[in-house]
Design a binder for this molecule. Structure first.
Ligand SMILES: C[S@@+](CC[C@H](N)C(=O)[O-])C[C@H]1O[C@@H](n2cnc3c(N)ncnc32)[C@H](O)[C@@H]1O
Length: 268
């Protein structure tokens, strides 16, 4: 059983036995806290404390964490809070600037960098070998889906972004699922090229539904990335504070999807 003492000869992290065991559970419930005003601008960020738990499991202090689609910089903020170094790439200049300003508030000194660029070019950005990757891609073009117009209108009326950007380079604007998947996998292949031997990567993603069809994005990524990284199983992130919608009531099974897959991979 676990103990509250640091694990001897621990090559991966600085956790105690109890902390290690707790993290090994394959699911967890995390209800994101209300967002600060500045980060509401972004349509879909993940919580810093969730990210910090992953970073503290998969790295030691001082190691370098990469998020190739950094958004508001949640992963980078979490890395700096955990005493790690952080590097992020983000396409939208407003989000890249937001991430920088959040990081400046963290007293992380010069332990971080945010590059505004297309992640397709990540292999040309002079990023040094990284010890851990934690990231979340656009969930295909779900921000453009029909049926959420009132939610989108409310966000727009409050001056918040409805889409990540209008850019053709934005993966969230690719309408064809197969093309989206191929381009995302090509980016992750380049990201894998930046990972040190035996480094881990965690990709937070959902399966998506569109027009009555399920597109198993998480499962496709698990399979496709296994061509160049070792798949190390998932942790399932459950949320249990969302309002249930009566999809298909009385006629068909349509789930209220309240879980994300945190897919873990390891470099050989
Ligand atoms: C799910 S969000 C990431 C949110 C981030 N984890 C956070 O907590 O703020 C996906 C991000 O990918 C960015 N993105 C889309 N296409 C990109 C590309 N080609 N290169 C780099 N970033 C891209 C979007 O602008 C968006 O911020």
């Amino acid at each position: 059983m676990g103990t509250n003492r640091p694990i001897k000869h621990n090559k991966l992290n600085e956790l105690t036995g109890t902390q290690w065991l707790k993290f090994q559970k394959s699911w967890f419930v995390h209800n994101p806290p209300p967002r600060g005003k500045e980060t509401l601008l972004h349509p879909a960020k993940f919580p810093e404390d969730l990210c910090q738990q992953f970073i503290e499991f998969f790295t030691k202090p001082g190691q370098l964490v990469l998020d190739p689609m950094a958004g508001t910089g949640s992963a980078l903020v979490a890395a700096v809070r955990a005493g790690r170094q952080a590097i992020g790439v983000e396409l939208n200049p407003d989000y890249a600037e937001l991430a920088r300003s959040r990081l400046k508030q963290e007293n992380g000194g010069d332990k971080w960098g945010v590059i505004c660029a297309d992640a397709r070019d990540i292999d040309t950005l002079d990023i040094e070998p990284v010890d851990y990757v934690i990231t979340s891609p656009p969930y295909w073009d779900m921000l453009h889906r029909e049926g959420f117009e009132s939610q989108q209108q409310r966000r727009a009326a409050e001056g918040q972004d409805v889409f990540y950007s209008d850019s053709d380079q934005d993966l969230g604007n690719i309408g064809d699922y197969q093309q989206f998947l191929d381009e995302l996998v090509a980016i992750y292949r380049k990201v894998a090229g930046l990972m040190r031997p035996r480094a881990y990567a965690t990709i937070i993603v959902k399966n998506v539904k569109k027009g009555g069809e399920v597109y198993p994005l998480a499962w496709h990524l698990a399979l496709r990335l296994s061509e160049f990284l070792q798949l190390k199983d998932e942790k399932i992130w459950c949320q249990d504070n969302q309002r249930l919608a009566p999809y298909g009531m009385g006629s068909a099974w349509v789930s209220n999807t309240m879980h994300h897959y945190c897919l873990n991979f390891r470099q050989q």
